[in-house]
Design a protein around this ligand. Structure first.
Ligand SMILES: [Zn+2]
Ligand SMILES: [Zn+2]
Length: 286
């Protein structure tokens, strides 16, 4: 399984990435759906402090302490620094569960540009970047990266490179190679915009496609800012995304309307895979 997710705009968003033992956001219902899988999670990366992204925290933290599993495995919650909603949630959890927890729970404030290691000495990291959502709130996206090796540009495509490498002792091979960070997977959380460079070349992109019609956004414009599906698809295509997941869709839209809108985007960007995450459904992505 690549990941497991639920995302309905306004209600709840959470994404479980088993390979990196990480939950991205923790909307309502995350723990009740995940069940025993909560014990496989070492960290939660929060994008911002809106209720639909954090309301599942008290239950998650309690389930990890009290249900049957490893109750001693530490848990780290990374969150946008100085987010007062998350501060209030943290205080609530401290007051109601703080002295009962059997595992070490730590809260790590982060800003853009943080690099979170997944395992000591490992090749994968989660990188944070800034998004534009609520103007008064720091919101973050997260990108899963893996350090990989490849041939230096001057050796790529040379027909004799196989023979050269065969004749090169292992300790000398680095002369022909360079390391780079492969961007495997990116989650933006809610947003209207971010720096395109932060999304560039991500194989998979999960981003905010709350609205199908820009007119529907007007009522929210003052407080929240989200993208339309059309804007999100254009952004994903500009960034060179391989597979775009439209998440945070508003439940006001009938399924047929979403199908139609997604098909329009597929016709516009035939080289990009597009999956709509329908409101109210939990998805397992293989
Ligand atoms: Zn949201
Ligand atoms: Zn939000």
């Amino acid at each position: 399984m690549q990941f497991l997710l639920y995302s309905t705009g306004l209600y709840s968003t959470w994404i479980y990435h088993p390979a990196c033992h990480t939950l991205f956001d923790c909307g309502e219902g995350a723990a009740s759906y995940l069940g025993k899988r909560v014990f496989g999670i070492d960290r939660i990366c929060l994008s911002h402090g809106h209720t639909d992204h954090i309301a599942g925290l008290p239950t998650f933290i309690n389930a990890r302490n009290r249900s049957v599993g490893d109750p001693f495995r530490p848990l780290i919650v990374y969150y946008p620094a100085e987010d007062r909603h998350i501060g209030a949630m943290r205080e609530f959890i401290r007051k109601t569960q703080g002295n009962r927890l059997r595992y070490e729970l730590s809260w790590e404030p982060v800003r853009e540009g943080a690099s979170i290691p997944l395992a000591e000495g490992g090749k994968q990291t989660v990188e944070s970047f800034r998004t534009r959502h609520n103007p008064r709130l720091l919101s973050l996206g997260y990108r899963l990266e893996e350090r990989r090796k490849r041939l230096r540009p001057e050796y790529r495509g040379r027909s004799d490179i196989g023979a050269i490498l065969r004749d090169t002792p292992p300790e000398e091979k680095h002369r022909f190679e360079e390391t780079y960070s492969a961007r495997l997977w990116t989650y933006t959380g809610d947003m209207k915009q971010c720096d395109l460079e932060d999304l560039r070349g991500s194989e998979v992109l999960l981003t905010d496609a709350t609205f199908l019609d820009p007119g529907d956004r007007a009522e929210e414009e003052e407080r929240h800012t989200h993208m339309t599906l059309e804007e999100a698809a254009a952004l994903a295509a500009d960034a060179g995304t391989g597979h775009f997941y439209a998440i945070h869709l508003s439940e006001r839209y009938h399924r047929d309307r979403i199908v139609e809108a997604v098909n329009d985007e597929r016709a516009r960007y035939p080289n990009m895979k597009i999956t709509a995450v329908y409101p109210g459904r939990t998805y397992t992505v293989k």
